[in-house]
Design a binder for this molecule. Structure first.
Ligand SMILES: Nc1nc2c(c(=O)[nH]1)N(C=O)[C@@H](CNc1ccc(C(=O)N[C@@H](CCC(=O)O)C(=O)O)cc1)CN2
Ligand SMILES: Nc1nc2c(ncn2[C@@H]2O[C@H](COP(=O)(O)OP(=O)(O)OP(=O)(O)O)[C@@H](O)[C@H]2O)c(=O)[nH]1
Ligand SMILES: [Mg+2]
Length: 443
């Protein structure tokens, strides 16, 4: 027996209209009880008086009837579109509870859609990401994933791997009189190599999809007093960090989250790098270096009225980073031969000179690194782990292919299981629990 569940699909709180959904075998009877027979035409809105069991009125609302399996969950579903006052929603919830429906757990509607084959696991994750999407880039990536972009990729690999497995097992079970190794090297070798290459290319994507979800990290680093906090405030368009003329003002990392080129960006201001005067500053410097290390891009600031970066300093910048010559209102920017791939920007955080060019570069960097490509990006650590496990097993299968075809077959099976775990084809209960628990209630 499956429970019939209900939940508010719209956001809680006061609203013009609230949408209550129910799904399960008792959904139709609950609709009859609250909105009175006859049921509306499937998938058509009907205006109805909604009533409690004792006949007292709750609201005048729109109701919809989605008989399974042609519904979002695959089960019988109903929707009540009511006036969005908390008392209306509360009264409707009580009326549904009185019909033996129970409140849904987070993600339970989508989990049911998954169990009924309406979505695979990557599509369900895309749906969760779409509900959470706050920027245009996140929305586009989530929509692609929800409509099957990753599923198609992973299912395509799965099918090719099954063919490879058939070739390996066919050779083991029915060896052509001679030369099994030679046969296998010819039939299974090239497709296996091609598959491994594609999985490796999918992994070597600079963590693009994960960054679209979590944010692109930029770290401001440099000597004390270089003007890092001043620049942060200019970029944030607010006084996010304390600025003083005292070197060593910033100690903790000050983070500002913003949207650039349609993607989430995390700007981090850090403590000035120097031999620290006390334990607090030392910890600040340690955190600054750690953040610089893990950031996607470093903006290294120099006060041109006080210092000229030496070769050692420049050598620590990586391609894609930028060197920012600040305080050009006080002194001319020196000519500097920056390392390959490092962009140089003379600016003044005080007057705003050079800031527009710097911002255009930051936006272009974010766009270049995160924009959608033709092939879909893996968007979660779960995908990365699954593909890594598959590619490792395929590599071992390749190594054993001609000498020990049985072992190669076992490894290819392991890779198949890893791919099937990605789409949720083989179900790993704790993975499902984890994925669906991240949904909001009503999804
Ligand atoms: N009112 C309302 N708006 C909504 C939803 C909803 O459930 N209710 N959605 C909920 O997330 C999204 C739309 N997604 C949906 C996906 C599938 C089906 C559905 O009924 N699918 C059936 C029939 C398909 C068809 O007739 O073409 C099926 O897949 O069999 C409905 C909504 C966004 N807007
Ligand atoms: N003239 C001038 N002064 C600036 C400029 N940028 C920053 N300053 C000044 O330089 C001093 C230090 O600026 P901060 O932004 O606090 O420097 P910081 O790099 O964050 O310093 P720490 O937090 O100590 O590492 C302040 O007095 C700022 O007003 C600039 O472009 N021109
Ligand atoms: Mg500072």
């Amino acid at each position: 027996m499956t429970d019939t569940i209900f939940a508010l699909a719209s956001a809680p709180g006061r609203a013009g209209v609230a949408v209550m959904r129910a799904s399960g075998p008792g959904a139709g009877a609950a609709l009859d009880a609250v909105a009175g027979p006859p049921r509306p035409e499937p998938r058509r809105a009907a205006l109805r008086e909604l009533k409690r069991a004792d006949g007292t009125k709750i609201d005048l609302g729109l109701v919809l009837w989605f008989p399974g399996p042609a519904s979002f969950t695959g089960e019988d579903c109903v929707e009540f579109h009511v006036h969005g006052g908390p008392a209306v929603v509360e009264a409707l919830a009580a009326a549904l509870t009185a019909q033996d429906l129970r409140p849904a757990e987070p993600g339970e509607f989508t989990r049911r859609a998954f169990e009924h084959g309406k979505l695979d696991l990557t599509e369900a994750e895309g749906l969760a990401d779409l509900v959470d999407a706050e920027t245009e880039g996140q929305r586009a990536q989530a929509l692609a994933q929800m409509t099957g972009a990753l599923k198609a990729l992973y299912e395509g690999w799965r099918e090719r791997l099954i063919e490879i497995l058939a070739a390996i097992e066919g050779e083991i079970d029915f060896p052509d009189e001679e030369d099994v190794p030679k046969q296998l090297a010819r039939t299974a070798g090239p497709p296996l190599d091609a598959l491994i290459g594609e999985l490796e290319a999918h992994l070597a994507d600079d963590r693009r999809g994960e960054r679209v979800r979590d944010g692109f990290a930029i770290a401001l680093i440099g000597a004390p007093n270089a003007g890092k906090s001043s620049l942060l405030n200019v970029l944030a368009k607010r006084e996010a960090a304390i600025v003083t003329e005292i070197p060593g003002t910033t100690r903790d990392i000050v983070e500002v989250r913003q949207v650039r080129a349609g993607f989430p960006v995390m700007l981090a201001d850090t403590a000035g790098l120097r031999e620290a005067a006390d334990v607090v500053e030392a910890e600040g410097v340690r955190r600054a270096l750690a953040r610089a290390e893990e950031a996607d891009v470093r903006l290294a600031l120099v006060d041109v009225s006080r210092e000229t970066p030496d070769a050692d300093y420049l050598a620590r910048l990586r391609p894609g980073d930028s060197l920012i010559l600040n305080k050009t209102d006080l002194a001319d920017a020196p000519q500097i031969a920056a390392p390959d791939g490092v962009s140089v920007f003379p600016i003044s955080a005080a007057t705003g000179s050079g800031i527009a060019a710097l911002e255009a570069w930051i936006d272009a960097t974010v766009r270049d690194r995160l924009s959608m490509r033709e092939s879909p990006a893996l968007s979660r650590a779960r995908h990365r782990q699954g593909v890594e496990r598959a590619v490792a097993a395929l590599g071992r299968a390749r190594d054993q292919l001609t000498e020990h075809p049985e072992l190669a077959g076992a490894e290819a099976h392991a890779a198949l299981r890893a791919l099937e775990g990605l789409t949720g084809r083989i179900d790993v209960e704790d993975v499902l629990d984890r994925v669906f628990a991240q949904f909001c209630i009503g999804k």
